[in-house]
Design a protein around this ligand. Sequence first.
Ligand code: FMN
Length: 314
Amino acid sequence: MSNNFKILTILGSPHDRRSNTRALVEDFVEDVAGSGLPLEHRVVSLARKKVLPCKGCWNCTRNKPCPVSKRDDLEEIKAAMIECDMLIIASPVYTNQITAQLKALFDRLFTWCHIFPLLGKYSLSACTTGNDGQDEVGRFLEKMLATYGTYSFGTIDSVFGFTPGFFPGRERARTKNKSLAERVARTVLEGKKPPVNRMQRRMFRVMRRKMTGVHAIRCLRQGNVQGQPEPPWLRLKMMKFFIGKLKFTEAQLDTWAGFLDFELEWWRSRGWLDVKSFEQLTRRPIPAGFDLEQRLLAHDRGEQASEQVRDVAS
Ligand SMILES: Cc1cc2nc3c(=O)[nH]c(=O)nc-3n(C[C@H](O)[C@H](O)[C@H](O)COP(=O)(O)O)c2cc1C
């Protein structure tokens, strides 16, 4: 196995080889390599992969198999995302947003939005467009990359990517992105990370509130699990107040307490429920016996396709 730095690009364009977005990324990666970083670049082109849209069954959050994952290439794409050192997510602007192919992938990675599965990896987003929409797409991709726990170098984009293969903005974009390519190479070679950004902090706060909230309601309904921190008394008091005010029924409270099994188990096993900041999260070591790949890939979970799952899927 080589020691080269592994860059993975997920290309959301349906055009694969003729894609302007691919050209933008390949120029950039070539310039990173030209700045002295020995690397391997793999492109997973969604034009050549099948990723079915999410059915919204919530099975993944309950630790149950996804009803559609046996019929598409999701697991293979996930494995590539776990393996890489730097993830580039690239999409053209399609009607002011990312492509439907890429959105399907994000939706299918629903549980990944809560557990920082790619914590500590480097990342970048990339976007081409005719003349508009690149800011919205850049912001959205940055949010997803922060949600997955990566350290982003930001977004590279270009206008004047009119039609596949007709890309008059290409050289201009390459010149503009050269200094960033050099910075990427330098940062990686020095073993550093880009500074933690506002989006990373924000996504951490959002997820922390969500997961400690589910933990608290579960403690209220089912008691705590040994070794886990007790929810702060003030939070419990406020929860009880709002539960009374909003007149939640017992059944509703139990449903709430049953939310996000997979994610809560992840936070508990990683010892994250008492973590206060994104920086602390990245510094907390992975506990012995916590097999990230085993948990993220459907090795064994995929085998248990039960009647129940078929019911939800139909
Ligand atoms: C369905 C569709 C929607 C598009 N929507 C926009 C748009 O909202 N704004 C824009 O400036 N360009 C838009 N474009 C142009 C693409 O962003 C442009 O062709 C892009 O560079 C294509 O990248 P690709 O070759 O990697 O697929 C659209 C193109 C298509 C096919």
